[in-house]
Design a protein around this ligand. Sequence first.
Ligand code: CMP
Length: 145
Amino acid sequence: VFQVTLAMVKPDAIDRADDIVDRVLASGLAVLNRRRVRLTLEQSTELYMEHYGKSFFTELVAFMSSGPVLVMVLAGNDAVSAWRDLIGPTDSVKAREVAPKSIRALFGTDNRLNAVHGSDSLLSAYREIKFFFPTFVVADTQESG
Ligand code: CMP
């Protein structure tokens, strides 16, 4: 089904954002909107609130506000899983073992410095798109997945 999702190039890979965007487009996904932003600590804390209390939370939000990120609204067939398949597993070390052509394998370092983010579900995608693009209208009533 046609979906939108939120993709982000993280601070560790921002210098290679053009190469990553090339891979997005080569996959057949469309970039509907894009914005380069630098998150404050407060904003990255809000964005990653679901991980609050986890051992890596403090490092994660510090990393995510350490430099600019590129956020994009991607669209296409099954965009949520299509983008997650393209980026590979969270840990770039594991990605190099199990998905050596994935974006995290090629552009990331480990399980924190992992180059990119992708929404884990359609509901997360809608929340994250609204976070970065408050005026973006998602003309899609499918609420599951
Ligand atoms: P992301 O897909 O953006 O979602 C949560 C992020 O937390 C994840 O990518 C990693 O950057 C980070 N993360 C997840 N697990 C760990 C971990 N065990 N140690 C450090 N960072 C992690």
